[in-house]
Design a protein. Structure first.
Length: 683
């Protein structure tokens, strides 16, 4: 799985502002960063004597360092070494940019140091002018510092992806016919049984065969509360076992595990394109061409002026250096890397970056009802006992009979009894009544449970005292089950598809954000109206067949605005694909779902709100970075060209490099502020 975390590497030890490496988030290995760090420190140490023994600096500061034989050649010798040792990083980068026909930051830097070095070399060999060794050396030093800082920032943004790879234990305890054996996780196979001790990490996806425990699944869902596991429960590789020992039947290994799927999705999302990135690439390209033209005009102007020729080169180098779109190249990829990892840590898996970016401007969110806004299973919502009937006893009697039935509604009543800790009774003469219900005897009493067909079969009428409640429940689309004891109706139980508690908050939050909420369902009008009214949804569509959902989504889109469709990712796949943003909810560990640009691990509608909040925050950071990076260059290029020279304001190449690197650091720091976004506080 570790190869997923290191899916790409630097080409030739460099990155380009418009190249695929940086666009993907700049996947740099620790080795690359160490090389650049070493180059920076070596160049910095050698730059100090170059500066001290440069004649221009001595005149500027009014001091004379100790002289020794050959000290006058020290700037030339050390400057030449710095050019070839430190400058090769930028030269290789420029070659890559030119091969890709995308001249950018590296091209500008290489051009600047080429001009500075060979002009200084010509002066050393006899050409009239002033050497620029100290400017060359400080330029390379500062540029190396800026690139080192950039690579570290991008590397930190991807650290969480590598941390996911570290969640996998190296070894597992496999249970065989001869006892326990410790094996590498890579040797585990499907249908193996492994022992996971308290505090250990689960080595593979599987199902609990024996044991009970609480498992920390925060790495998957972002939820800190441990999840109770018992026989039959699914567990995920990389999660942490709690207090009990578990025996787990392995169902998925290696790249099939949920953790590997999450890592692949995160990596894929970081590499996918976005509208803001396309804008940044175009800006960087045109800024490079503008800088080269501006540099040529600057050189021509000052070369034909009364100023010394070296001054023309000095101004030209300043323009080329300060115009480098270094910050622009970092502005978008770093935000992409950070926002994608924030999403993954909160159980929001981004398959397509464009989907996340589009979510910021949504006008309509369409929810499928069953399994999305509701739990997709029936639950008891109310019971209506007749006269002095003891409700708890009547429900316990009904559950005792239904415990012998396999009907889904029967299981609902049994679950209610277990949840309320009712004591169930022994049942004799149990009999299933096909299409009607079920019956059995308890302590000599005949207990029958069923719907309206049971009443018709027994020729019973609904008691007047509960008839109004029953009719209202039926109008709301609820299913009514009657408990009959010795041919007398004792209570009516109303069942319905339970609305998720989180759905109320999700709908309220979306409405507060100015987003229109629509519900779509295949259920009848009564059920749809009841759920919509309960959640405060004004617009809903009932009786929509699965094949018609996509057409309904397209119809809503034609009315204008951006539309998101939220569904389970399987039955709703066509509808998800037809929306501007498809959001598959409740994927759980099945991250292989193809439908939807965004996959929500949990069945929590509030995660839709979190997606929109993250999208808006990330886009805001992108725009802030783009404004800073491009605005800085627009102001700095004329200044570097010398438009304020007559006012005594001159920008040396080294100072230009320093300002450029500062802008890069500011952009990186601004992107890091995105980490402060707390999506768990979804309000």
């Amino acid at each position: 799985m570790h190869e997923i975390a290191h899916h790409s590497s630097m080409q030739g030890g460099y990155v380009t502002s418009g190249g695929p490496e940086l666009r993907a988030g700049g996947a740099h290995t620790g080795h690359d960063i160490n090389i650049l760090r070493r180059k920076f420190w070596v160049v910095l140490l050698l730059t100090i004597p170059v500066v001290i023994y440069s004649e221009g600096v001595q005149q500027l500061l009014g001091f004379s360092p100790p002289a020794f034989p050959g000290s006058e050649y020290l700037p030339f010798l050390l400057g030449t070494f710095i050019f070839f040792y430190g400058g090769v990083f930028f030269i290789r980068g420029a070659a890559g940019e030119l091969r890709a026909h995308l001249p950018g930051m590296m091209t500008l830097v290489s051009l600047a140091i080429f001009v500075a070095f060979f002009y200084s070399l010509a002066v050393t060999l006899g050409l009239e002018g002033q050497v620029l060794y100290w400017e060359l050396s400080t330029l390379i030093t500062v540029m190396l510092l800026g690139h080192w800082m950039e690579m570290r920032a991008i590397g930190h943004a991807r650290d969480a992806l590598q941390e996911l790879a570290k969640l996998m234990p190296d070894e597992a305890e496999r249970i065989t016919g001869f006892g326990l054996e410790t094996v590498p996780v890579s040797r585990l196979m499907k249908d193996d049984v492994v022992l996971v001790r308290p505090g250990a990490r689960v080595p593979a996806d599987g199902t609990v065969r024996r044991g009970e425990s609480s498992v920390d699944e925060s790495m998957l869902t972002g939820e800190s509360r441990p999840v109770f596991k018992s026989p039959g429960s699914a567990v995920v590789a990389g999660t942490v076992n709690g207090e009990g020992a578990l025996r787990i039947l392995v169902t998925k290994v290696g790249k099939e595990t949920a953790l590997a799927g999450i890592m692949a999705l995160v990596s894929q999302a970081q590499e996918s394109r976005s509208m803001a990135q396309n804008l940044a690439d175009r800006a960087a390209y045109w800024l490079t061409l503008t800088a080269i033209v501006a540099g040529g005009i600057t050189f021509a102007y000052w070369y034909t002026s009364p100023m010394p020729h070296y001054f023309a080169l000095d101004r030209t180098v300043s323009v080329l250096v300060i115009a480098c779109p270094h910050a622009l190249g970092l502005a978008i990829p770093l935000v992409i890397a950070i926002s994608t990892m924030i999403a993954a840590r909160n159980g929001l898996l981004v398959r397509d970056r464009m989907a996340l970016e589009t979510a910021r401007g949504l006008d309509v969110v369409i929810f499928d009802k069953t399994g999305t806004l509701t739990e997709g299973r029936h639950g008891v919502v109310a019971s209506y006992p007749v006269s002095d009937t003891h409700e708890a006893r009547a429900l316990a009697l009904a559950a005792s009979v239904e415990e012998n039935s396999e009907h889904p509604l029967a299981r609902t009543i049994v679950k209610l009894a277990h949840d309320r800790h009712y004591n169930l009774y022994d049942v004799s003469d149990f009999k299933a009544l096909p299409g009607i219900g079920a019956e059995g005897r308890i302590h000599g009493q005949l207990v029958q449970v069923g719907g309206h067909k049971l009443l018709d079969w027994l020729d019973l009428d609904i008691p007047r005292e509960i008839k109004h409640h029953v009719e209202q429940a039926q109008a709301d689309g609820q299913t009514i089950v009657y408990v009959v004891i010795d041919n007398k109706i004792m209570t009516a139980v109303a069942l319905a598809d339970l609305v998720r508690p989180e759905s109320y908050a999700a709908v309220d939050a979306l409405v507060a954000m100015g987003i229109r909420v629509v519900m779509i369902t295949g259920d009848n009008e009564d059920v749809a109206r009841s759920v919509a009214a309960d959640l405060g949804i004004r617009e809903y569509y009932s009786g929509v067949l699965p094949g018609d959902k996509a057409r309904k989504v397209a119809e809503i889109r034609r009315r204008g605005g951006r539309v998101a469709m939220v569904g389970d990712g399987v039955n709703d796949a066509p509808a998800l694909a037809s929306a501007d943003v498809g959001i598959a909810i409740g994927a759980g560990t099945d991250v292989a779902i193809e439908a939807g640009g965004i996959i929500l691990v949990k069945s929590d509608p509030r995660d839709v709100v979190r997606v929109i909040r993250l999208s808006r925050a990330a886009y805001k950071k992108m725009i802030e970075n783009l404004i800073w990076a491009t605005g800085y260059n627009i102001v700095a290029i004329p200044l570097a060209a010398g438009v304020l020279y007559k006012y005594g304001i001159v920008l040396p190449p080294a100072v230009g490099a320093l300002f450029m690197s500062v802008s890069t650091i500011i952009v990186a720091a601004n992107a890091q502020l995105l980490r402060r976004l707390n999506l768990r506080d979804w309000r």
